[in-house]
Ligand binder design. Structure first.
Ligand SMILES: CC(C)(COP(=O)(O)OP(=O)(O)OC[C@H]1O[C@@H](n2cnc3c(N)ncnc32)[C@H](O)[C@@H]1OP(=O)(O)O)[C@@H](O)C(=O)NCCC(=O)NCCS
Length: 164
């Protein structure tokens, strides 16, 4: 059973497969106000993006989607099952994505985040991500649209000093 940040089980990462999508989409629906569709996950699997599920004792508790090319990775999605948020699993999943990006030869990891997503912003800030741009009206929101902050982490610097 997952416990506090000190006692919780570690995430076991494995590649996502099509038959995971019922659970992945259910987690996505509960975690986001504007979730990805099943079709979007299927498309990511089809085009060969790195799609991962994070499991605890075989149970999928989170997922992440990464794409890498030309020395850059983009973290397209990272999500932890709503009932297990705030226990350190999100940080662990993102750290595993940094390692995956590095293993795929990327020097930098980019991502987009809503400024209103305080938890995600705090997490990325604590890892040393910096803002490199804003995409105006990028996301749908309950008020119409919301900007995206474009963040980047220098993986060379991070892996020389992961305590940043
Ligand atoms: C964002 C998300 C992946 C973070 O995962 P998590 O398991 O909830 O977060 P963690 O417990 O690993 O905490 C990581 C950091 O986030 C921040 N954080 C966590 N909970 C927080 C809260 N309630 N308030 C403010 N910051 C918080 C802290 O900086 C924390 O680090 P710390 O515990 O060392 O202080 C997860 O909340 C989630 O799936 N949210 C919905 C989907 C989403 O927004 N994805 C990101 C899109 S860019």
């Amino acid at each position: 059973m997952a416990g506090t940040a000190d006692t919780r089980d570690l995430i076991e990462l494995r590649p996502m497969v099509e038959t995971d999508l019922d659970r992945v989409v259910a987690n996505e629906l509960h975690a986001y106000a504007f979730p990805w569709s099943r079709g979007l996950f299927s498309e990511c699997l089809k085009v060969g993006n790195e799609c991962w599920v994070g499991c605890i004792k075989g149970d999928i508790i989170g997922h992440a989607v990464l794409t890498t090319g030309a020395g850059e990775s983009h973290l397209l999605n990272v999500c932890v099952q709503r009932s297990l948020q705030g226990k350190g699993y999100g940080r662990e999943l993102v750290l595993q994505m940094l390692a995956r990006a590095r293993a795929s030869g990327a020097d930098a990891l980019f991502l987009e985040v809503r400024p209103s997503n305080v938890v995600a912003m705090q997490l990325y800030d604590s890892l040393g991500f910096t803002e490199v741009g804003v995409r105006r009206d990028y996301y749908p929101s309950h008020l119409g649209h919301e900007d995206a902050r474009v963040l980047v982490l220098d993986l060379d610097a991070y892996f020389h000093n992961p305590e940043i």
